[in-house]
Write a protein that binds this ligand. Structure first.
Ligand SMILES: Cc1cc2nc3c(=O)[nH]c(=O)nc-3n(C[C@H](O)[C@H](O)[C@H](O)COP(=O)(O)OP(=O)(O)OC[C@H]3O[C@@H](n4cnc5c(N)ncnc54)[C@H](O)[C@@H]3O)c2cc1C
Length: 382
């Protein structure tokens, strides 16, 4: 292993990698272009005394035992099961969609639809809306088409800015339809929030004598790639660089731009007890926004008034004061990604990882798992 590392980005991936390398005795310098650390996990208490997540609601959930053990070392957690909803034709139902949605949207045919679901899918506990649309059963198809036309299709079109048919089918696996009552949004054994907020986790991770952080610094103004080597300014980097920013930007978008989706958050405060029934509600049929998060319910905070954030998706443009939040996964972008990934493989002392640099739709736990894998690779000298 090297004894010097440069980490670009202080999101959860950058912080975990930095901590693990520092624990191994290496000196680590983190560059962060924002004016705070933590990447998209950044949270704080607003002027109304309500704890909010600046970059959208973040609920930690995982099946990966080593990740749960890892985060438990760095802060205390409280169990939290997120309840989400979706408003379709003026009716708010809990999501994931389940038998409760059948009852609410098709009260006269509910029993028949549930019977048919059981016959078609047998012991299966859930399916994607696409599987249900294609199953060939009239009743199941009718329910699935209703949800597809009124929720999945308009929500997907707004969220990704492309026709739902063009989006990678894996996206639909994230929002299955459950064949039971009392569905939970996530089904992972560990679902929690840090007791004192994500920033405690982040700050504890980077609190180490071998870690230094340079804030408000766009590393791409220092970093360049020449002859398959990484340079910092005029000099070849005297250590390994771990890059967690947008992959295409590291190479000046030489093969073309990888598409990322951004969001505009409209923050509002109202002097009312409650704005909506659940902390996170999707509004698939609304004109331009996708969902609203009401933070006093995430988890419940006993305060007067309420702060909520309305999410408007938009295409990411570097330099337009946008943040890249979601990699847009399509056949085309996967092809482009392959070209960039092959290039990364040719460059000495460079590792790319994280949601933006891997161009993968990681949740927090998958991002941490990836960070731990990267450190293992470095330990093995790969
Ligand atoms: C709206 C939203 C809601 C989400 N909700 C959940 C959820 O409920 N549960 C869940 O598990 N996951 C959720 N996620 C996913 C979660 O945010 C990610 O898995 C995780 O934050 C990825 O961490 P990261 O370190 O890879 O990236 P990031 O958090 O994006 O961190 C990258 C960092 O690199 C910095 N950077 C980039 N380029 C440069 C540069 N050139 N120089 C210096 N610094 C640079 C950025 O400023 C940023 O701080 C959500 C994501 C979004 C967008």
């Amino acid at each position: 292993m090297d004894n010097k590392y440069y980490v670009v980005g202080s999101g959860i991936v950058g912080c975990v990698v930095a901590r693990e390398l520092a624990e191994n005795g290496a000196e680590v310098k983190i560059y962060e272009k924002r004016n705070h650390i933590g990447g998209n996990l950044y949270d704080f208490t607003d002027e109304h005394g309500i704890h909010v997540h600046l970059y959208g609601p973040h609920i930690f959930h995982t099946k990966i035992e080593r990740v749960w053990q890892y985060v438990s070392k760095y802060c205390d957690w409280e169990d939290y099961n997120l309840v989400c909803g979706s408003v379709v034709d003026g009716i708010c139902v809990p999501t994931s969609f389940d038998f409760d949605s059948v009852d609410k949207f098709f009260p006269d045919e509910a029993e028949m639809i549930k019977e048919h679901i059981k016959v078609v899918f047998g012991e299966q506990k859930s399916a994607t809306v696409l599987e249900m649309l294609d199953c060939g059963d009239e009743y199941v198809g009718k329910f699935a088409k209703y949800l597809y036309d009124k929720d999945y299709a308009p929500y997907t079109a707004k969220q990704w800015g492309i026709a739902p048919e063009k989006v990678d089918k894996q996206i639909f696996k994230r929002v299955p339809i459950l064949f039971s009552y009392g569905s939970k949004y996530f089904d992972d054994p560990h679902q929690a929030l840090p007791k004192k907020g994500y920033m405690e986790l982040i700050e504890n991770l980077v609190r180490h004598e071998n870690i230094s952080i340079e804030m408000d610094t766009d590393a791409l103004e220092l970093l360049s790639i020449k002859e398959n080597k990484v340079f910092l300014g005029e000099e070849q980097a005297d250590g390994t660089v771990i890059y967690t920013g947008p992959l295409d930007e590291l190479f000046g978008c030489r093969f073309g731009k990888l598409p990322y989706r951004s969001l505009r958050f409209e923050w509002k405060y109202e002097d009312i007890e409650s704005f909506q029934d659940m902390p996170v509600v999707a509004y698939p049929q609304a004109e331009a926004y996708t969902r609203i998060t009401e933070y006093k319910k995430l988890p419940y905070q006993d305060v007067e008034g309420t702060t909520y954030a309305v999410e408007y998706p938009l295409p990411y443009k570097k330099g337009a004061n946008h943040e890249p939040y979601y990699p847009v996964l399509t056949d085309e972008s996967n092809q482009l990604l392959k070209q960039y990934t092959e290039l990364v493989g040719q460059i000495d002392k460079l590792k790319c990882c994280g949601r933006l640099a891997d161009f993968k739709y990681y949740n927090i736990d998958q991002a941490i798992d990836r960070a731990l894998d990267i450190v293992d690779e470095l330990r093995r000298g790969e």
